[in-house]
Design a protein around this ligand. Structure first.
Ligand code: DGL
Length: 259
């Protein structure tokens, strides 16, 4: 596999959530060309089996390879839990960056922090996440909160409705004033950050893994001498398995606005 600086970077998610990661990638590496693929036709991934998510992820990677990408970002915690290991074994030369709930930065906030991790059922039940929390078991108290329905709100472009607020209020009220940090362990969730912060109050830190993934990709591309030239004007191209203009417009809206 011959990789060069000029090739694009493929970024994918089960749907539109990964755009929260794409924003961080583009901010840190504005000279790169990104192809974002949202698999909205098959969203949500979080309630599927590991095999189903592995197959869907493999199909997207095959498509990206036909588009001649130099690296792939799995901008989805769920697909990372289910498929990253297998994909890295299949394509050992291709940089593949995954997402995982940002538990480590949350543990650094203070000694013995109380941390609430919001994610999909699949992410919370897989070994990858349970190994991760095991590593920090002596340093923090970690609570798991499945919130798959939040994915459906964001897929519709809903980041602040009364219904969304009511759903999150119901889910988060038991943890209000009781945790130091909320880790957004699903890439759809940063789009509801304002509502989550409002419910939890200003003293609770809200942390996601998008920036960490962007820094990791930049580091890997630098090591492999695959970063685009500074003179190149980067680009972002949106694709979606639903193939409708609405999805593409919604993708742009999520990319261009602050949430
Ligand atoms: N955005 C995905 C994640 O980071 C999951 C959404 C889904 O369930 O499809 O986990």
């Amino acid at each position: 596999m011959k990789l060069t600086k000029k090739q694009p970077i493929g970024v994918f998610d089960s749907g539109l959530g990964g755009i929260s990661v794409l924003k961080e990638l583009h901010k840190l590496m504005p000279n790169e060309d990104f192809i974002f693929f949202g698999d909205s036709k098959n969203a949500p991934y979080g309630t599927k089996t590991v095999e189903e998510v592995q197959n869907l992820s493999q199909q997207i990677v095959t498509k990206f390879l036909q588009q001649n990408v130099k690296a792939i970002v799995i901008a989805c915690n769920t697909a990372t839990s289910a498929a990253a290991k297998k994909l890295r074994l299949t394509y050992p030369e291709l940089p593949i960056i995954g997402l995982e709930p940002a538990v480590k930065p949350a543990t650094l906030l203070k000694p013995h922090a109380k941390i609430l991790v919001m994610a999909t059922e699949l992410t919370l039940r897989e070994a990858k996440f349970n190994d991760l929390i095991q590593q920090f078991a002596n340093q923090a108290t970690i609570y798991k909160l499945p919130a798959s329905k939040l994915v459906e709100f964001i897929e519709k472009g809903d980041t602040s409705s009364v219904e969304l607020h009511a759903y999150l209020l119901d889910l988060l009220t038991p943890y209000c004033q009781k945790v130091d940090a909320v880790v957004l362990g699903c890439t759809h969730f940063p789009f509801a950050r304002r509502v989550i912060q409002e419910i939890m109050g200003p003293d609770t830190a809200i942390i996601d893994g998008g920036n960490g993934a962007a820094r990791e990709l930049k580091r890997v591309l630098q090591v492999k001498d695959l970063l685009q030239d500074h003179t190149h004007a980067g680009s972002v191209c949106f694709e979606n398995s639903l193939q409708t203009q609405t999805e593409i417009q919604l993708s742009r809206k999520l990319f261009e606005n602050d949430f």
